[in-house]
Design a binder for this molecule. Structure first.
Ligand SMILES: Nc1ncnc2c1ncn2[C@@H]1O[C@H](COP(=O)(O)OP(=O)(O)O)[C@@H](O)[C@H]1O
Ligand SMILES: [Mg+2]
Length: 257
């Protein structure tokens, strides 16, 4: 206020500037936080719509196309009965058609189960994971040790169940593609309002920094989407890995008791 000195007047100006700057920064931070929340909500709803669509296509494939093929096979069987035993050529052609239909039915079941595991809706996460692990072990010849929760697990929110299922699917696919593992463990636990999921392999592991530093095109989406699926639903996601250490993926979700 000593205008003769000049400096105090300048101080008042600077102080006001600083306050304004602080307010501005706070407003910007608030906008950024809201934008982040909006984005996260958007990601969750995109994922839900995508899962819903997958479920619909899976059902249609399985129920409609699958049923029609089974019907076709039945018709051929009936027709075959009307062909004389002596007409071996026609009979063997028909056998071939039926064999082709069988393999189409198997393929449709596989695609449909991959799109959306109906077993998840009907029997829940534990059974769905058990089947997934058994199937993976059979196809990949990697020993999978599935450890379900000690008590009969309660059913969770379907969005949580599908997220955990997708995390295991991606983790197992990474084990098959990258780990060179001979065995892996999938452990599902529940304690004090938290569901925990651990997928651990005895493979060659990887350096997290190196993978994070990869250029976008080489980056891969598996680890990112596992993290997003977990965090979008309020869960925590962690990877422990290192060369020669194997890889451990840990997901924790809060659940309603
Ligand atoms: N279980 C694992 N064992 C060894 N390396 C792994 C494992 N999981 C992931 N990685 C490494 O992390 C990278 C990124 O994985 P991901 O995001 O799923 O992308 P992608 O599988 O398409 O390469 C892989 O390319 C691989 O180098
Ligand atoms: Mg992957």
């Amino acid at each position: 206020m000593k205008d003769t000195a000049g400096i105090p007047v300048a101080f008042v100006g600077i102080a006001r500037d600083i306050t304004e700057q602080k307010n501005l920064r706070r407003a910007l931070e608030e906008t950024a936080r809201q934008r982040n929340e909006d984005l996260q909500r958007f990601a969750v709803s995109v994922q839900r719509v995508q899962e819903e669509e997958r479920r619909r296509i899976a059902r249609e494939l399985h129920d409609d196309l699958g049923q029609q093929l089974s019907g076709m096979k039945f018709n051929i069987e009936v027709f075959e009965d009307s062909i004389p035993e002596t007409d071996k050529q026609t009979r063997s052609k028909l056998e071939k058609f039926m064999w082709q239909i069988d393999s189409m039915i198997t393929e449709i079941r596989r695609i449909s189960a991959n799109l959306h595991p109906a077993v998840l809706d009907d029997f829940g996460l534990v059974i769905a994971l058990q089947i997934l692990c058994e199937e993976f072990q059979r196809m990949q010849l990697i020993k999978i040790n599935f450890e379900p929760p000690p008590q009969t697990a309660a059913r969770h929110d379907p969005h949580v169940e599908i997220a955990l299922y997708r995390v295991v699917q991606e983790a197992l696919s990474n084990i098959a593609k990258h780990a060179g593992a001979s065995a892996a463990t999938v452990r599902l636990g529940q304690k004090d309002g938290t569901v925990s999921l651990v997928i651990e392999d005895d493979g060659k592991g990887f350096d997290l920094e190196t993978v994070h530093a990869r250029k976008d095109v080489d980056r891969g989406l598996g680890l990112i989407s596992m993290r997003e699926r977990s965090e979008d639903l309020g869960g925590k996601f962690r990877i422990e890995s290192g060369p020669t250490k194997g890889t451990k993926i840990i997901v924790e979700f809060p659940v309603r008791q």
